[in-house]
Design a protein around this ligand. Structure first.
Ligand code: GLP
Length: 241
């Protein structure tokens, strides 16, 4: 794995966007795996700048998002679908037909999850998967568990995650209790992974992820086994490295 320590969040975002931009320059028809949460917002802002400067185009890019809350309409401002349009897609030249996010309103979970997996495989797999990390070590919405959940599936969110994400909702009661998430195998099958973490509250989990025991109780620890993992952390998140 390659660990890059950035001065601060701004530098982290610039470095992450440069890696994604070079991916698009080298392969304009790249398949990107995208993430939500506050961590990648700066990276998306930098990508928008690079697009406006004419450095990169998303016109041939395909995207797959990691996850979506179960039961939220894509027009709900708390849905990840809305987040992605607001933070990235509305500001770049992406073809909406090439954007994929699990459908949180599906009536048939199994069909939705299988179809999502099939679409990723049909596009030749994910070239580079962007990841944030939950304080409990979740990636996507793969929560600590007794086993690694392999493919896209319905998740019962941890209480810790519900409270951590309540900041985006009116109150904690509004946070969905379930989500649809790519599985660990789906993520691990990506050709390259770019993991971002910022701030002191992520310092312990970053250490456990990169140097701790590989266990489904720390889902992100499985990334130690990925042959092409790039980690960018700011100084605060790198406190124990
Ligand atoms: C959510 C997302 C994850 C994300 C995590 C961390 O739960 N499902 O993909 O990595 O939050 O969020 P943040 O970057 O806001 O700390």
């Amino acid at each position: 794995m390659k660990v890059i320590i950035a001065r601060d969040y701004k530098e982290l975002s610039k470095k992450a966007s440069s890696i994604l931009a070079s991916q698009l320059i080298l392969k304009p028809e790249s398949v990107l795996g995208l993430a939500t949460g506050s961590t990648p917002i700066g990276t998306y802002e930098e990508l928008i700048k690079l697009h406006k400067q004419g450095v990169i185009s998303f016109s041939s890019v395909t995207t797959f998002n990691l996850d979506e809350y179960y039961g939220l309409d894509s027009n709900n401002p708390n849905s990840y679908s809305y987040f992605m349009r607001d933070k990235l897609f509305n500001h770049i030249d992406i073809d909406n037909n090439r954007v994929h996010i699990p459908n949180g309103l599906t009536k048939d979970i199994q069909k939705e999850c299988q179809a999502y997996e099939k679409k990723i495989i049909g596009k030749g797999g994910i070239d580079i998967q962007l990841l944030g990390i939950g304080r409990n070590g979740h990636i996507g919405f793969n929560e600590p568990d007794i086993k690694f959940e392999a493919i896209t599936h319905l998740v019962n969110l941890d209480t810790d995650t519900i409270y951590a994400n309540a900041r985006f909702f009116k109150d904690v009661k509004g946070v969905p209790k379930k989500a649809i998430s790519m599985g660990i195998k789906t993520i691990m099958n990506s050709k390259k992974i770019l993991l971002l973490a910022s701030g002191e509250e992520k310092a312990q989990i970053v250490y456990d992820t990169l140097y701790g025991k590989i266990t489904p109780e720390t889902p992100a620890s499985v990334l130690q086994l990925h042959p092409n993992l790039i980690v960018i952390v700011d100084k605060q998140a790198a406190k124990y490295l």
